[in-house]
Design a protein around this ligand. Structure first.
Ligand SMILES: *Cc1c(COP(=O)(O)O)cnc(C)c1O
Length: 294
């Protein structure tokens, strides 16, 4: 199912001119037409576990533009699994493009109020869902569990890491980064897209710890490139994305990959990337979400 090896595209953009820094993009957005990006890896072992269960039903959680639920709906359809998406917020009069896709791919959409959604990880909440839907395999929001981490440990499996000096990625829950730092020796830099000083540094350490994993690579996180917080988008960011895509042909979306690439451009322009650096940037996919900004 996974295109292997994943294509790597070296980019030529104005902000690299005259600097001895190379940027290559690992196109995880191309691993599958619908079930794309890091979500492919986060779902891989979760769906294997779900298929081993009798119910043939998978339930997970997300917002109305969730790349995770979109990918889960696509994967469920491809594998013949029933999928239920628990959506944060009341059902809108008109479904957005993401939720329309998810429903068209067979996902049952279950809307809950924001107040109720806040309790989604409690046993009472799960029990209520089970009374309503019967048995299911539960994947936490964003695919943030050990099976998700295990899948992400395979992202760099087909990459000759000796060609690079570091790998960079955009982080939400930190699951993808936990997979990388516990599987490679290439230094890993995470750009967090949510506001919150140091939250991800703590979260990553916690994720590794609770799952009994150790970091095999040096890692660090920049917490200053979120541009106001999760899903906050501004004109400079959209402009940057437009120019990047025009010069490289590589599409980005503003929530993750756009902020990641702009952070890299800012670091390069500020001279914070050492000459001779060979950067491998993980494209996390999620391009369906870009429709929310058009
Ligand atoms: C979900 C997502 C991420 C965040 O991944 P985490 O494992 O939660 O850190 C990054 N990029 C894209 C495109 C995503 O869809």
């Amino acid at each position: 199912m996974c295109e292997n090896p994943i294509p790597i595209h070296t980019v030529d953009v104005p902000w690299l001119h005259g600097r001895d820094v190379q940027v290559a993009v690992l196109r995880c957005d191309l691993v599958h037409p619908l079930w794309s990006g890091n979500k492919f890896f986060k779902l891989k072992y979760n769906l294997e576990a779900a298929r081993a269960q009798q119910s043939g039903c998978v339930l997970s959680f997300g917002g109305a533009w969730s790349n995770h639920l979109h990918a889960l709906a696509a994967a469920g359809q491809a594998l013949g699994l029933r999928t239920i998406g628990v959506i944060r917020g009341e059902e809108p009069q008109q479904l957005n493009a993401c939720l329309q896709d998810a429903r068209a791919m067979g996902m049952h959409l279950h809307f809950v109020s924001r107040a109720a959604y806040a309790h989604k990880t409690t046993p009472e909440f799960s029990a209520a869902l089970e009374r309503e839907f019967g048995a299911f395999y539960l994947i936490p929001e964003g695919g943030a569990n050990l099976a998700g981490i295990r899948g992400c440990q395979e992202i760099l499996a087909g990459v000759d890491i000796t060609a690079y000096s570091q790998v960079l990625l955009a982080c939400g829950t930190g699951t993808t980064m936990a997979g990388l730092v516990s599987a490679t020796t290439l230094p890993v830099t995470g750009i967090q897209v949510l506001k919150g000083a140091l939250y991800l540094e703590r979260e990553l350490a916690r994720l590794l710890d609770v799952h009994g994993l150790t970091a095999t690579a040096p890692w660090r996180i920049f917490d200053r490139f979120h541009r106001g917080g999760y899903g906050r988008v501004d004109a400079e960011l959209l402009d940057f994305i437009g120019q990047f895509t025009a010069s490289t042909g590589i599409p980005l979306e503003p929530v993750y990959s756009g902020k990641l690439m702009l952070a890299i451009a800012d670091l390069v322009r500020a001279g914070e990337v050492a000459p001779g650096a060979r950067l491998l940037v993980i494209h996390g996919g999620g391009l369906q979400g870009a429709r929310g900004w058009q």
